[in-house]
Design a protein around this ligand. Structure first.
Ligand SMILES: *Cc1c(COP(=O)(O)O)cnc(C)c1O
Length: 386
């Protein structure tokens, strides 16, 4: 089966008595045992629930993974993964990670003796230096936030594997529709399902996927032992959202491509970061890793910080909010929102300037979105002459 068919049919589940076409929601904390101590697939919902399994089978099928484990959130999935490490272990991360990922390592797990070291880029010099530190994991996100850099998963995984180091990829921006890191050699791929996979900005969740049954067992154990399970209702909502994942990703991309080229030709725009543009430094790697370029764009404007903030609040359709990947378009200002915790000098060094804006392009009509961007830019042009 191809992707769009799997998104609708995989993980299918039929209640033995009623034959409902869509899965029911198992809002139960506990399950009957036939005798004391019986080992059953479902005993207590912190450990497992039919709605988790339905979602896991569906996600594993889309990612072409042997196993999936679903969690309370993306960071719940990461917490479970980190719990597979021990005191004294080291993780090497490549620059460009989600802010909450840094925070989890630096503010929590560093106190438990897990060392997290960030290397500035995925260049072979930086990666060689990083791997020479003998970490347990090579850890990165691709495409990155907010500059949409794309890293060469196959090359990085090969380097890591040669040294017995696991490669772990956060593929949230790409979704399984656009890239499959396991097929490129990664050992674990994880997603915040809160974003494109759920797709409707109404549910928080996470998933980690692998081909290694031993890792799957450890992730299931971590969910039960740490208590980072989702609600059966949230798992059901995600299963429902995924049915339109292929359609949504197609429209996100149609809109993003047109908006990227619209912005690129505007005089108030200094630079557009979208891997689909041939001018983007990662364009060639993106073509190698991915089947498309997704719906995230960031752009730097020829505007002061004050003007940038003014423009962000003058959109009609683009809502000013954190998060991404929903059907509705969102806009954010990394320097004062997602990346505010990074000192200004560091931010600038990595290209996160005060006039950088990140757009999560929704699935609305393309023309309406461009008109919204246009009216805000016209306002800025008018006031900049005063
Ligand atoms: C949102 C996000 C996360 C964290 O996921 P939550 O579901 O919010 O816990 C991790 N990585 C990326 C790339 C994200 O966008």
């Amino acid at each position: 089966m191809k992707f769009a068919t799997k998104a609708v049919h995989a993980g299918k589940f039929q209640h033995p008595s009623y034959g409902s076409v869509m899965p029911p929601i198992y809002m139960t904390t506990t399950f009957l045992q036939d005798f004391p101590g019986e080992e059953k697939e479902f005993a207590y919902t912190r450990a497992n629930n039919p709605n988790f399994v339905i979602l896991e089978n569906l996600l594993a099928s889309l990612e072409d993974a042997a196993h999936a484990t679903v969690f309370s959130s993306g960071l719940g999935a990461l917490t479970a993964m980190v719990s597979m490490l021990s005191q004294g272990d080291r993780v090497v991360g490549i620059n460009g990670l989600y802010g909450g990922t840094y925070r989890l390592f630096h503010s929590i797990f560093s106190r438990f003796g897990i060392e997290f070291i960030t290397i500035p880029s995925a260049s072979s010099t930086d990666v060689k230096k990083g791997l020479a530190l003998n970490p347990k994991w090579l850890f990165f996100e691709t495409p990155t936030n907010p500059l949409l850099e794309v890293y060469d998963i196959a090359a990085l995984a090969k380097e890591a594997k040669a040294r017995g180091i696991l490669t772990i990829v956060d593929s949230t921006f790409a979704t399984p529709y656009l890239q499959n890191p396991l097929a490129l050699g990664a050992d674990i791929v994880w997603h915040s399902t809160t974003k494109y996979i759920g797709g409707h900005s109404d549910v928080v969740g996470g998933v980690a996927m692998t081909n290694d049954p031993n890792v799957k067992q450890q992730l299931d154990f971590a969910r039960k032992a740490l208590g980072v399970n989702p609600s059966p209702f949230d798992a059901w909502l995600l299963t429902r959202g995924i049915k339109t994942l292929a359609l949504r990703m197609q429209q996100h991309e149609i809109n993003a491509r047109k908006i990227a080229s619209y912005l690129q030709n505007h005089q108030l725009v200094k630079c557009v970061h979208y891997p689909g543009l041939s001018t983007h430094p990662s364009h060639e790697i993106a073509k190698k890793n991915m089947r498309g370029f997704g719906g995230m764009i960031s752009a730097e404007f020829n505007l002061s910080l004050e003007k940038t903030k003014q423009m962000i609040t003058s959109y009609q359709l683009f809502a000013l909010a954190e998060s991404l990947g929903g059907v509705e378009s969102l806009v954010s200002h990394p320097a004062s929102m997602t990346h505010a915790a990074i000192p200004a000098i560091e931010r600038k060094k990595y290209g996160i300037t005060d006039s950088l804006i990140r757009f999560s392009i929704g699935i609305e009509d393309t023309q309406d979105l461009i008109e919204d961007l246009e009216q805000a830019l016209v306002k800025m042009e008018q006031t900049s002459h005063v």
